[in-house]
Ligand binder design. Structure first.
Ligand SMILES: Cc1cc2nc3c(=O)[nH]c(=O)nc-3n(C[C@H](O)[C@H](O)[C@H](O)COP(=O)(O)OP(=O)(O)OC[C@H]3O[C@@H](n4cnc5c(N)ncnc54)[C@H](O)[C@@H]3O)c2cc1C
Length: 376
């Protein structure tokens, strides 16, 4: 028997689950297929969420930990502290966030089919036929190496960063208020290495622009200055590809559309794609439902108009891909223009208030009052 859906989504991660929830809330009959056995299995991301994403999506605070500043290290270990008033990043229990998103999508009415891989389908005028399923519209939210893009001859990501991470039992030695970022072309050519004080764990990772490879052993050698690396207890290892070529050109056909990493919607500079996956996952659902039910504009054209273009960030990515020498990084990183650039990259357009991080009180003490008691 063929089961009929309005919308089938291949990929049940950030983009796919945000899409599924919104589409189901709008009354579409929705199915999500994912090759993983359950939501939150085989995580391939550090999972840092920018403030805007946790604001827009009301993600549960119990699954996140605020990190307010960035400590950026040059190869010679000099460090620069960056922060902006009112801004923070959220380290997440990523598996927990994805499980929560899956529950929310299910509660809205979407049917989740984990352990089912999208392999092939047939598109015709009225929809898309998949093995055992029929969809009026298909969304490919199946990540950097999208099978949906490949099968339907859509644009595919060609430029990548290769990311590698270990999640460890919580480590001392790192100031918990900061994301610790290491600019070092010897170990992370084209990108950076990082130590994230996470939710009861410490995440240590790095990425390099492909075909170069990140050097995790080199990073651990560098971290000897901060902690006893022999005592690191690894809980989990992760690796994955981060698209770095910007939003793709051909995002769909009449009945098929790509979103999230599958569409290349990742900042080529920071490698951050969770916020765009959540935002455009939800938009894809709105656009598909407007088209299917209300004769709205075609979703592919509308998504293409709204999608980020990353103009200046793509130009900067090309420069970083050349992996500037550590000598050059040591010379430039502490200069005022580089500080401004780093501030803009990490905190978008927010400027620092110039108050040293240590001196900024997060909570203000209530003013002291003198209370006079009048005895009757
Ligand atoms: C090492 C690393 C660290 C990162 N750190 C950050 C970070 O800290 N902050 C940030 O914002 N971004 C980060 N990113 C990028 C971020 O993880 C992605 O942009 C984000 O996960 C994209 O979400 P998505 O839903 O589009 O795709 P994905 O999260 O990649 O999900 C794709 C889903 O599709 C499924 N799938 C794949 N093929 C098929 C198929 N054929 N059939 C069915 N299902 C399929 C997969 O199982 C997966 O669940 C990082 C990436 C990497 C690799």
């Amino acid at each position: 028997m063929i089961r009929k859906f309005d919308l089938v989504i291949a990929g049940g991660s950030f983009a796919g689950l945000a899409c599924a929830r919104t589409a189901a809330l709008r009354g579409l009959k929705v199915a999500v297929l994912d090759a993983k056995k359950e939501p939150g299995a085989r995580i391939r991301t550090t999972g840092i969420v920018v403030k805007e994403a946790s604001d827009d999506f009301d993600l549960p605070a119990r699954l996140m930990r605020k990190v307010r500043g960035v400590r950026l290290y040059a190869p010679d270990d000099r460090a620069l502290d960056l922060h902006a008033p009112g801004y923070f990043f959220q380290a997440t229990d990523t598996a927990g966030v994805l499980r929560w998103m899956a529950e929310e999508a299910e509660r809205a009415g979407a049917e989740l089919m984990y352990g089912m891989r999208f392999e092939n389908a047939l598109e015709y005028d009225g929809g898309v036929s998949l093995p055992g399923l029929h969809a009026r519209f298909l969304i490919g939210a199946d990540g950097a190496r999208s099978r949906v893009a490949e099968h339907f001859g859509l644009s595919r990501n060609r430029r990548f960063l290769t990311g590698l991470e270990i999640e460890c039992e919580e480590l001392g030695g790192f100031d918990q208020r900061f994301l610790h970022c290491f600019a070092d072309s010897a170990i992370a050519p084209g990108y950076i290495a990082w130590v994230v004080p996470g939710l009861g764990v410490t995440q240590i990772g790095l990425a390099a622009s492909k075909p170069r490879k990140p050097d995790l052993s080199g990073l651990l050698r560098r971290l000897k200055a901060f902690c006893d690396v022999r005592r690191i207890k690894v809980i989990e290892r992760r690796s994955g590809l981060i698209p770095s070529g910007g939003t793709l050109g051909n995002l769909g056909t009449r009945r098929v559309m790509l979103v999230g990493d599958a569409a290349g919607m990742v900042s080529p500079m920071t490698g951050g794609g969770i916020h765009t996956a959540l935002h455009f996952g939800r938009r894809a659902a709105q656009l598909a439902s407007d088209w299917l039910d209300d004769r709205g504009p075609h979703p592919v054209a509308a998504l293409k108009r709204e999608a980020p273009r990353y103009g200046a960030k793509l130009a900067m990515r090309r420069m970083l891909d050349m992996a500037p020498s550590n000598l050059l990084i040591n010379t430039l990183l502490m200069t005022a223009p580089m500080r401004t650039l780093a501030q803009r990259l990490y905190f978008h357009t927010r400027a620092s208030d110039g108050i040293p991080f240590e001196d900024r009180a997060v909570e203000q003490e209530p003013p002291k009052q003198t209370v006079t008691l009048h005895l009757i």
